[in-house]
Design a protein around this ligand. Structure first.
Ligand code: PEP
Length: 249
């Protein structure tokens, strides 16, 4: 069975002090939440503080991005070793904001996936269609292209450690959520694609849903057979709503 992974993506929110306060508030709310894995992805500047504040708990640390090179002249970038030193278990790659605002391509994302796997960190690979693509009935084609490109150099021997986040772009930060049926159909497609690529190991890959997940809609989404957790933006900024998603599932 796949233990769901519920991860907070704070994006460009929260200072060091905010991260400490969040952890102190969150941990008693979720207790020893069994049968679910919880992760938090703070901005880079708050990773060390979050690691310290979450030490001794089962909450994993994730980075929001990473550069695939081990080191070098890449002003403003962060390497895998830097993340590993802080205790990161996961790194989000290919978030739609990075694709749309910072021009990241599937080829660049593929480098990140391969480098993370080689270093033993787990990629959370984000994919998802825009509203225009959905309305043109191109959702599966887009997902297929993003999966094929972003996983082009993936290590099949470590496939089970991959996490894929299906995040319809039109649902991110908009308050508009995919219905459980729409989300399940996309997740089932992704599962099928992963089976073609990785065989039976695909059954161990967690496929998260992301896009305006909140306490009011999480349980129904998480009850779908191929939805193995959530990547949560807005509702993860408040320990009350983030914990409600975790304990109310
Ligand atoms: C996200 O950024 O990954 C996300 C799903 O954001 P939100 O929950 O705010 O839609």
């Amino acid at each position: 069975m796949r233990a769901p992974l519920i991860a907070a993506n704070w994006k460009m929110h929260k200072t060091v002090a905010d991260a400490r306060a969040f952890a102190a508030d969150l941990l008693p709310r979720i207790g020893d939440a069994r049968g679910v894995e919880v992760a938090v992805a703070p901005p880079f500047t708050a990773l060390a503080a979050a690691a310290e504040a979450l030490a001794g708990s089962d909450v994993a640390l994730a980075a929001q991005n990473v550069h695939p090179a081990p080191s070098g002249a890449f002003t403003g970038e962060i390497s895998i070793d830097m993340l590993r030193e802080l205790g990161c278990r996961y790194a989000i790659v290919g978030h739609s904001e990075r694709r749309a605002i910072f021009g990241e391509t599937d080829a660049f994302i593929a480098e990140k996936v391969a480098a993370l796997q080689a270093a033993g960190l787990r990629p959370i690979l984000c994919i998802g269609e825009t509203l225009e693509q959905r309305e043109a009935d191109r959702t599966f084609e887009v997902l297929s292209t993003q999966l094929g490109g972003s996983l082009a150099s993936a290590d099949a021997a470590r496939a089970s450690e991959l996490v894929v986040a299906y995040e319809p772009v039109w649902a991110i930060g908009t308050g508009r959520t995919a219905t459980p049926e729409m989300a399940q159909a996309a997740h089932a497609f992704v599962r099928g694609w992963l089976r073609e690529r990785f065989g039976a190991d695909a059954d161990a890959i967690r496929i998260q849903y992301g896009g305006s997940m909140k306490p009011e809609n999480a349980a129904e989404l998480l009850a779908q057979p191929d939805i193995d957790g959530g990547l949560v933006g807005g509702a993860s900024l408040d320990p009350e709503s983030f914990s409600a998603i975790i304990v109310g599932r």
